[in-house]
Design a protein around this ligand. Structure first.
Ligand code: CAA
Length: 259
């Protein structure tokens, strides 16, 4: 499918998806949101894609929801807009393939929330993170009050949300928002290298690992561990586990076949 606001390249089973609206710092207007949803749905179905890297064109990852489009929304429209954002974030969390956010610049408001919905975040050393909605008389609307608080704890999340301050990549790493920081010119290569490592594993086990973490995360430990046991059991429904274990015993590399 062709997109107006996204660039999509697929190579070596890795999809590189770029938000491409640099003149507005990749702000999420209706078109970008709809296209992102369509792209993730397309990539979920594409058996040639085993991992996805999400990044931005130009000096921003995504500088937030499109502020100009929000002027004049009614309370009902605002709620609907937020709900649509949640649909996109949940789609990313539920897609059975890893999604790495490669944050190459500003990740603000809805842009930070988009990165938080990915499996993990790598960032360039000049990336900037923040939930500046408070400066607009708003609160985060695409999951920032919830995913950020779950990730870094309520008090750090509240400080970022109440002040609207921007933080650099190093501070974001110290807070546990991002996994790794790279020089800007190395970011995509690093994301691709990690994606390739994941692609070399059995896709069935990766899918089950992701869904077990996602499904269990907000539940009590006992229920979540039950989900893990069910998922662990499901690993045995694919020949990948036989191949993985046999390869270990035979001291060779496994040749996984699931897609
Ligand atoms: N929405 C719409 N347009 C945006 C935008 C946004 N979120 N962020 C930047 N732009 C546009 C600017 O209006 C500007 O367009 P024009 O050239 O037509 O004026 C263009 O992108 C370049 O931006 P700047 O000139 O401002 O670039 P800068 O380098 O001076 O500043 C910035 C960069 C600090 C990121 C600044 O653009 C900024 O503060 N942007 C807004 C960030 C923000 O508040 N994001 C949260 C949005 S609300 C939200 O996301 C709600 C939610 O949770 C769902």
């Amino acid at each position: 499918m062709a997109y107006n606001t996204l660039l999509l390249e697929i190579a070596n089973s890795i999809a590189l998806l770029k938000v491409n609206r640099p003149q507005a710092l990749n702000a999420l207007n209706q078109e970008v949101l709809l296209e992102l949803l369509a792209a993730f749905q397309e990539l979920e179905k594409d058996v040639n894609v085993r991992a996805i890297i999400l990044t931005g064109e130009g000096k921003a990852f995504v500088a937030g929801a499109d502020i100009k489009e929000m002027l004049g929304l009614t309370p009902q429209e605002g709620r609907r807009f937020s709900k649509f954002g949640h649909t996109l974030m949940e789609t990313i969390e539920n897609i059975g393939k890893p999604v790495i956010a490669a944050v190459n610049g500003f990740a603000l408001g809805g842009g930070m929330e988009l990165a938080l919905a990915c499996d993990f975040i790598f960032a360039s050393d000049d990336a900037k993170f923040g939930q500046p909605e408070i400066n607009l008389g708003l609160i985060p609307g695409f999951g920032g009050t919830q995913r950020l608080a779950r990730l870094i704890g309520k008090s750090h999340a509240k400080e970022l949300i109440y002040t609207g301050q921007m933080i650099g990549a190093q501070e974001a790493k110290e807070l546990g928002i991002i996994n790794k920081v790279f020089p800007a010119e190395d970011l995509l290569a690093a994301a691709k290298k990690t994606a390739s490592t994941i692609v070399s594993k059995g896709a069935w086990a990766v899918r089950l690992a992701k869904s077990a973490v996602e499904a269990g995360f907000d539940l009590d430990l006992k229920t979540a561990c039950q989900i893990e046991s069910d998922s662990f059991g499901l690993c045995f429904s694919h020949s990948d586990q036989k191949e993985g274990i046999t390869a270990f015993i035979e001291k060779r590399k496994p040749a996984f076949t699931s897609t």
